[in-house]
Each structure stands twice: as structure tokens, then as C-alpha cells.
Write a protein that binds this ligand. Structure first.
Ligand code: PRP
Ligand code: URA
Length: 209
């Protein structure tokens, strides 16, 4: 599928199956989301530009590689997107963080914003938008619009599960934003939930149901 990368690494797929299990505890769900966050971060940063620098080892001088350009911005969509954050910050500890507070109105399924705080220089940075669930894509489209209004030009979207409907909507609203996901599920149900899915990611992560 154009503009979409499915991360089919066995570790990701194994952990995702554990997360889907309705008997998984809140603690287990959160831990697995954190671990998959790390693995997805590894994949989504695979093509970051590298520059050569001169360093001295205890033995000699050599040319080493380092990531070029400004630090990344990780932009979790609250609440569930925060589940990816710790794992990704473990791998990219100097990243900046933009918090985007959105919830989905249960009737209209439209995204309602309640918080937004981002670094001021988004135009100069790559922004990874994080949310485990891409269902209707209303939340992802709204978050990306908001980041673009604030200057972001180079964005990537990272999720755990995507519905075909959500991929189509996000790709048509923001064709410049590539999507990384661990799986593409069958469909949305009448309430906008992903099937087979894993239920409500925020509730499962925080134990709020
Ligand atoms: C969930 C999920 C996404 C959104 C996806 O959040 O974490 O943000 O729904 O659905 P969409 O693609 O149809 O917009 P929710 O609104 O339940 O908020 P929460 O994370 O605070 O529970
Ligand atoms: N949000 C969730 O948390 N789960 C879904 O299946 C759809 C939206």
C-alpha cells in the first residue's frame, strides 16, 4: 500500500498479539506498548540522515557517524499516544516532545482538542506523530493539521493498528505524511472501533474502564 509501512518484525507481531488478548493486564498492556514503541522507533528512524565526524578512540582517530540535523520532535496524541513515548525517548533521549490533547466525541467521532503544547521551531524538525490507533483518522488528521499550522513540514505518523478506512482518510488529507503501523486490521465497526483491534487503547493503558 502506497505511503504505508507495515512493521512485520516477529518481535512486534508477537507483542501485538499479547496486547490484543482481552485478558492482558493494564500493567502488561502498558509494558508491551512501551516495548513496541521502541521497536517502531527503530524502524521509523531507519533513514535519518547521517554525517561524518572525526573522533578519537583510545587507540587512534577515526571518522564516526552521527545523526545530522536538528533533534526530532515526538508528538503523542493524548492519552494513548503517551504509551509510545517512554520507549521512543529511551532510544532518542534528546528528542523534543509536543503534547496534543484530543478526544473522540463518542457520537460524532469528531476529534475535540483540549490541549496543545509544542516546541516553537517545528519548521526545522522532523515530527513523529504517535497514536496507537488509527481508526476513522479524525484524530490523526486534526493533530497533523494543528502541527502544520504551527509550521511543521516534515511529519511521519506512527501507530500500532490501522483500519483501512483510516489509512485512506489520512493519506488523502495529508499525502505527504507516511504511515508506520504494526498491522492493518479488517475494518471499523458501527461505533468507529477497529475490528478485530484491541478495544479502547487509552482505557486499557490506564485501566479506566
Ligand atoms: C483513541 C485513540 C486515538 C483515537 C483514534 O483516543 O487513542 O486517538 O481514538 O480514533 P480516530 O482515528 O477515529 O480518531 P480517544 O479519543 O479514545 O481518547 P483517549 O486516548 O484519551 O482515550
Ligand atoms: N480508539 C481506540 O482506542 N480503539 C479503537 O478501536 C478505535 C479508536
Amino acid at each position: 500500500m502506497q505511503g504505508v509501512t507495515v512493521v512485520d518484525h516477529p518481535l512486534v507481531q508477537h507483542k501485538l498479539t499479547l496486547m490484543r488478548d482481552k485478558e492482558r493486564s493494564t500493567k502488561g498492556f502498558r509494558q508491551l506498548l512501551n516495548e513496541i514503541g521502541m521497536l517502531l522507533c527503530y524502524e521509523v528512524t531507519r533513514d535519518l540522515p547521517i554525517e561524518r565526524i572525526q573522533i578519537e578512540t583510545p587507540m587512534t582517530t577515526m571518522e564516526g557517524a552521527q545523526i545530522a540535523g536538528k533533534k526530532l520532535v515526538l508528538a503523542p496524541i493524548l492519552r494513548a499516544g503517551v504509551g509510545f513515548l517512554d520507549g521512543m525517548l529511551t532510544l532518542v533521549p534528546a528528542a523534543r516532545v509536543a503534547h496534543i490533547g484530543l478526544y473522540r466525541d463518542p457520537e460524532s467521532l469528531q476529534a475535540v482538542e483540549y490541549y496543545f503544547k509544542a516546541p516553537s521551531d517545528l519548521a526545522d524538525r522532523m515530527v513523529l506523530v504517535l497514536d496507537p490507533m488509527l481508526a476513522t483518522a479524525n484524530s490523526a488528521v486534526a493533530a497533523i493539521e494543528r502541527l502544520k499550522e504551527r509550521g511543521a513540514k516534515d511529519l511521519r505518523f506512527v501507530c500500532l493498528l490501522a483500519a483501512p478506512e483510516g489509512i485512506e482518510r489520512l493519506r488523502s488529507a495529508h499525502p505527504d505524511v507516511h504511515i508506520w503501523t504494526a498491522a492493518i486490521d479488517e475494518r471499523l465497526n458501527d461505533h468507529g472501533y477497529i475490528v478485530p483491534g484491541l478495544g479502547d487503547a487509552g482505557d486499557r493503558m490506564y485501566g479506566t474502564r
